[in-house]
Design a protein around this ligand. Structure first.
Ligand code: GTA
Length: 150
């Protein structure tokens, strides 16, 4: 059966503005990478829980927890490096949308981990999207950071 993931435009809606290359290079990286990004995680989910769930798609080489750059504590995302492309595809296909710590997580193809990418890029230290959020989300620090400042 043809892979569901042949069209690079359908691989990910996310474009990393810090990717150091062209759009073609970005798409090629997404098509070949064995790394996935996991978003919408609770701040309280541990690396052990991530391991237990994601090892179902294949053997894991490394997990890198996303951290708040000020507090150095988990801020709701991580990267998972697999040994094979098929396993990374399976984790996007079968684990994305499943529930971890009562939350539907999102698994996305990633262009590849580099040192520095584990830190939240928001001005407050966490993820950018947590600055703009206006809902109350107890698993992600309550209200969004901009609302908290009002
Ligand atoms: N593969 O979906 C993803 C993904 N996300 C969301 C983050 N990362 C991802 N990787 C993949 N797929 O290494 C990675 C990043 C980085 C790490 C932390 O996680 O590559 P971050 O979440 O703190 O920051 O990253 P990121 O990804 O740069 O932020 P985002 O959400 O794309 O926002 C980019 C720009 O859009 C910002 O300039 C911001 O001002 C603006 N923006 C974002 N959300 C809003 C909003 N709701 N309203 C207005 N502007 C907004």
């Amino acid at each position: 059966m043809a892979s569901l993931f042949k069209d690079p435009n359908k691989l990910s809606a996310y474009r990393d503005r810090k990717f150091p290359g062209s759009q073609d290079e970005f798409e090629h990286a997404l098509q070949t990478s064995m790394t996935v990004y996991v978003g919408n995680m609770s701040f309280y989910t541990t690396e052990e829980q991530v391991y237990e769930l994601f090892t179902r798609a294949g053997e894991i080489k490394k997990i890198i927890m996303g951290l708040d750059k000020n507090t150095k504590t988990p801020c709701g995302f991580c990267f998972i490096l697999y040994y094979s492309r098929d396993d990374a595809e399976d984790s996007v296909k079968y684990i994305s949308g499943t529930i971890l710590d009562d939350r539907p997580i999102r698994v996305d193809f990633d262009w590849g981990f580099q040192e520095g990418r584990q830190w939240g890029r928001g001005r407050s230290g966490g993820q950018v999207r947590d600055e703009y959020r206006t809902d109350y989300d107890p698993g992600r620090g309550g209200y969004g950071k901009l609302v908290q400042k009002e």
